[in-house]
Design a protein around this ligand. Structure first.
Ligand SMILES: Nc1nc2c(c(=O)[nH]1)N[C@H]1C(S)=C(S)[C@@H](COP(=O)(O)O)O[C@H]1N2
Ligand SMILES: [Mo]
Length: 515
């Protein structure tokens, strides 16, 4: 503390700091209790999640594309945590002015709540729970801050006034933290909406098989991932911060638009129908060369073309606009849904009811198309229409309207920068060209001649194909490159393109050392 400061200023600067701490604690209490209330009220989305999703939507171009498309990993906690930290910072700052402007924090709380309300109301399915949770947070802010700051701001006579103030302040802080913790636990306990759905899911017995991995599909090279991707390892991509919790009896699908007869299907209607089952590899348009946003599963569901035939599609339609419960949309070329391929409304993945994260209770899977134009999770609406008459979530954000998968191949072993023993080295990986099929895979060591890889045997053109081979290496640095040729005769070229707007191209290439 500078000696130039008089004692009045000193007291003021100390108490400003304490007021800021009180503001941050009140802020945290409000955020915490509004989260707890949202969960207790089983609302789809908490106020903080709503604000975070607005922040996400307002994030400029490339940053947003990157962030939004990889919600499977760390950006969601980052976004939520970041939003909460900013809110706490604002609360702390506002409270630090309380000794001069007693209403400053209340006005700021009001402004924050207003932002929250706008964010909640612009959700696709705004529910009353989120707004109530917001009220809970707002009231908690105001009450907690008054409670905490009373000892700091009130008149305390006597010599050790500062000590007494602090002691009272700390006591109240402890009570606040304890109270919030108890209420949060209570909220979680009450908020079993999601757990109910999880339980309903576990109890479902669907007329589906588990799928038996075809003999010879796996090449057996150590380090090449399993041919069947287990559900728990399957990549996850979605834009929503809170995956919808839909219990099967509440689910309905509407098929409408350019059709003779509108159809509305319940979950029971769906599983009473003839089931189709198939191995299908799903991949994301955002998968970089060498990336792992791709997985292969045994899917069970109902053929979309049969439902569309029942509805009676009008001539002139060329697209189906799909909408999910969370308001996400995509546009699928009508022919891909009617041309005889296994495009299905899937209810099970690897013999299990769809995991919630993968679209429970019903999602679409279409062999040969990237997920962003076909694989709608939590699907609730299919509108037969024309591409001219709508645009979808990702096409609005710079991605291509049509998204047929591009032929790709990947090296799994050796791993990037691995050190292996000199001599004969086993290499391998996977290649895919869904609905076209892989004809051959070739690899190249240190720029020498291309060599043909051995391929696993696959049941259809709709899955990935594992490849393997071996190379002889002397000690030193080496590089493996891979390329695939699909059954249309197309061979991957070395031209590297970005994932935007319609998927990456180029050869995967892995440097490694031998010793
Ligand atoms: N409702 C909804 N469905 C969605 C998406 C989404 O953001 N929301 N993302 C799509 C994208 S881009 C892909 S690649 C696949 C991923 O499916 P998965 O998470 O089951 O792997 O889901 C698709 N379905
Ligand atoms: Mo995707």
């Amino acid at each position: 503390m500078s000696p130039a400061l008089g004692s009045r200023e000193r007291v003021e600067s100390v108490s400003r700091r304490w007021l800021a701490v009180a503001g941050a604690i009140a802020g945290a209490a409000g955020v915490g209790l509004s989260q707890a209330a949202a969960s207790a009220l089983r609302s789809e989305i908490s106020p903080v999640q709503a604000v975070a999703s607005v922040v996400r939507d307002l994030t400029p171009g490339p940053v947003a594309l990157f962030l939004i498309h990889l919600v499977g990993s760390a950006d969601k906690p980052l976004l939520l945590g970041g939003t909460a930290v900013v809110v706490l910072g604002v609360c702390a700052y506002a409270a630090s002015w309380m000794h001069r402007f007693p209403l400053a924090p209340d006005l700021v709380f009001f402004a924050l709540a207003a932002v929250g309300l706008v964010a909640v109301l612009r959700q696709p399915n705004p529910d009353i729970g989120s707004s109530l949770a917001l009220m809970v947070g707002f009231i908690t802010w105001i009450v907690t801050l008054r409670l905490l700051t009373a000892p700091l701001l009130g008149e305390v006579p006597g010599e050790d006034a500062t000590d007494l103030r602090r002691r009272n302040f700390l006591k109240r802080t402890l009570w606040t933290v304890g109270g919030v913790a108890v209420l949060t636990l209570a909220g979680r306990f009450a908020g079993s909406g999601r757990r109910h759905v999880e339980q309903a899911r576990r109890l479902l017995r669907l007329p589906v098989r588990h799928g038996v991995v075809p003999v010879g599909a796996a090449v057996g090279t150590p380090g090449v991932g399993p041919w069947r991707t287990p559900n728990k390892d399957f990549y996850i991509i979605h834009t929503t911060l809170a995956p919808p919790a839909i219990s099967p009896p509440d689910w309905k699908l509407r098929i409408h638009g350019m059709v003779d007869r509108e159809l509305t299907l319940t979950y029971q209607d769906l599983i009473d129908r003839q089931m189709t089952e198939a191995w299908i590899t799903l991949c994301c348009v955002s998968n970089e060369v060498g990336g792992d946003l791709v997985g292969n599963a045994w899917w069970s569901g109902v053929l979309v073309r049969e439902l569309l035939a029942e509805a009676g599609v009008h001539p002139g339609a060329d697209a189906v606009k799909q909408t999910s419960q969370d308001g996400w949309t995509c546009g699928t070329p009508l022919p891909a849904l009617t041309d005889g391929r296994n495009a299905m409304l899937a209810v099970a993945m690897n013999g299990q009811p769809l995991p919630v994260q993968h679209g429970f209770p019903v999602r679409m899977v279409v062999p040969g198309l990237y997920g962003y134009v076909s694989a709608t999770k939590w699907l609730v609406d299919l509108e037969v229409t024309t591409f001219d008459s709508f645009s979808a979530f990702w096409t609005d954000r710079g991605w291509s309207e049509k998204g047929p998968v591009k032929t790709q191949s990947r090296i799994d072993v050796p791993g990037n920068g691995d050190t292996v023993k000199a001599g004969s080295v086993r290499i391998g990986g996977t290649a895919w060209a869904q609905h076209t099929g892989i004809e051959k895979v070739e690899f190249q060591l240190d720029g020498a001649a291309w060599q043909e890889a051995d391929l696993g045997r696959v049941p259809s053109a709709d899955t990935w194909v594992q490849w393997s081979g071996s190379v002889d290496v002397a000690p030193g640095q080496h590089r493996i490159v891979v390329r695939a040729t699909d059954r249309s005769g197309y061979t991957q070229t070395s031209v590297r393109t970005d994932v935007v707007p319609d998927g990456a191209t180029g050869w995967d290439s892995v440097p490694f050392d031998a010793e």
